[in-house]
Design a protein around this ligand. Structure first.
Ligand code: TYC
Length: 114
């Protein structure tokens, strides 16, 4: 929905010539793109070191951070591992799912609008 706003014109003669001095323009409200949480799910079979490796490789976590996030997923069942634009989130989920499948681990990675 366009939003009117005022812009000040020069109006040198204080409005005597009928120049209103102020005009209305409209702009469209720009919205931030929605963000998506990428989540890892726990399972009983994927090795812990494999999950740590995924978190380092695809989410840029250092080893200590990756180990901590892996343990959170292991204990709680799920954890958010990053928040991204739709396209980046979709890419990360695809990379993780591909990598897990190629190594024959049942690891699941999903995304959800924030
Ligand atoms: N629960 C797995 C194990 O005990 C480890 C694991 C952690 C698996 C996180 C998946 O997203 C996961 N080997």
């Amino acid at each position: 929905m366009p939003i009117p706003f005022q812009i000040q014109m020069s109006d040198k003669d204080g409005g005597r010539d009928g120049d209103p001095g102020v005009v209305l323009q409209t702009r469209s409200k720009t919205k931030r793109p929605p963000l998506y949480k990428v989540m890892l799910l726990n399972d009983d079979f994927t090795p812990m070191e494999f999950v740590v490796h995924i978190l380092e490789r695809f989410f840029g976590l250092n080893h200590a951070q990756a180990f901590e996030v892996m343990l959170t997923v292991h204990k709680k069942g799920v954890a958010v591992v990053g928040v991204f634009s739709y396209e980046i989130a979709e890419t990360k989920v695809g990379q993780v799912m591909d990598f897990a499948r190629r190594h024959q681990h049942p690891l699941q990675c999903t995304m959800e609008k924030e």
